[in-house]
Design a protein around this ligand. Structure first.
Ligand code: SF4
Length: 309
């Protein structure tokens, strides 16, 4: 069995809040090109920008809107509303725009969405940029994305090389996991072998326990076990790591690579070496390239895209 990295051949599709993609769709006619932060990697993906407020027909420019009620979820449960600054109730239009945007993502079979936090529509952890007491997160579209199980990435994290790297490697692993067959124990063990190092970095006690549990399985694979495994690992992959854990994992997996090849890789540093996050992200990318070139699993980032810049 090949135990090298998983190489995705097709460009992954990513949905994104249009205003983060440079489309001038905000209420004031402005936009932000947040994808610029990932440089040439932008070309490694296909992008599907959506804007629920424009799909709602609110137009540009428009009055800013805010949530009235507990949060975006409560709008879907009939006890919340969306109101414009001028006092107009735009709840029904916003619901239609959010559903239309979700349908666009579903049509393209998209599983990942980069959202503009702080928006009463697309926000997931904030629904206002200023400290206004106007509805709590998630926003009306953010609530739909969350409920539908999307892999959600805050656009702000595209501005940090290390945060983006962390999101990107977990996202590729997540996408692969959604599609890989899990009908036999052999398939289950193979998937676990590829993902366990990353899972250990994200939650070591859980991963150790999971490893013991999988080793205790016998006989044909119960489909419910496979479903639970996919769900639990998917949930874990949504959780960001920390710089300390990333550098520790980089070094550990680099040492494994060096042992297998018998050769060092230039410019890979020990976890205690002082360097900035851009340098650390560069080392991680170097190891991903080495992994792809040598066909040796770099457990820190087990799923790669073949067209990587
Ligand atoms: S945050 Fe969402 S709804 Fe608001 S302008 Fe951006 S894409 Fe449109």
């Amino acid at each position: 069995m090949d135990k090298g990295p998983i190489i995705l051949k097709e460009k992954p599709l990513i949905g994104i809040s249009s205003c983060c993609f440079g489309c001038a769709v905000r209420y004031n006619g402005r936009s932000m090109d947040m994808v610029k932060g990932i440089g040439r990697e932008k070309g490694d993906f296909r992008w599907v920008p959506v804007c629920p407020e424009n799909a709602a027909g609110l137009g540009v420019p428009r009055d800013p809107i805010h949530l009235v009620g507990e949060n975006g979820r409560s709008v879907w449960h009939q006890d919340g509303r969306v109101v414009s600054r001028g006092g107009k109730d735009v709840t029904d239009a916003l619901k239609a725009g959010a559903l239309e945007s979700l349908a666009t993502l579903a049509r393209a079979n998209i599983k990942v969405f980069i959202y503009m936090d702080g928006s009463p529509s697309c926000g997931v952890y904030r629904t206002t940029l200023k400290k206004q007491n106007r509805g709590k997160p998630p926003g009306i579209f953010g609530a739909l994305l969350d409920e539908a199980g999307y892999f959600l990435i805050p656009a702000l994290d595209l501005q940090s090389p290390i945060k983006w790297w962390d999101w990107r490697r977990r996202m590729l692993a997540f996408l692969w996991l959604q599609a890989v067959p899990l009908t036999t124990r052999a398939e289950l063990y193979d998937v676990w072998y590829r993902l366990k190092f990353l899972c250990q970095e994200l939650d070591n006690p859980w991963a150790r326990e999971q490893g013991r549990y999988l080793a205790s399985l016998t006989g044909p694979l119960d489909p419910e076990i496979a479903t639970n495994f996919r769900r639990q690992v998917s949930d874990l992959l949504r959780r960001p790591s920390t710089l300390k854990r990333i550098t520790g994992s980089l070094w550990k997996n680099y040492c494994h690579h060096r042992k297998v090849t018998g050769r060092p890789v230039a410019d890979i540093n020990e976890p205690t070496a002082l360097r900035n996050i851009t340098a650390i992200a560069r080392e991680l990318i170097v190891m991903e390239r080495e992994s792809a070139k040598e066909g040796i699993l770099f457990g820190t980032s087990p799923v790669l895209y073949s067209g990587r810049s």
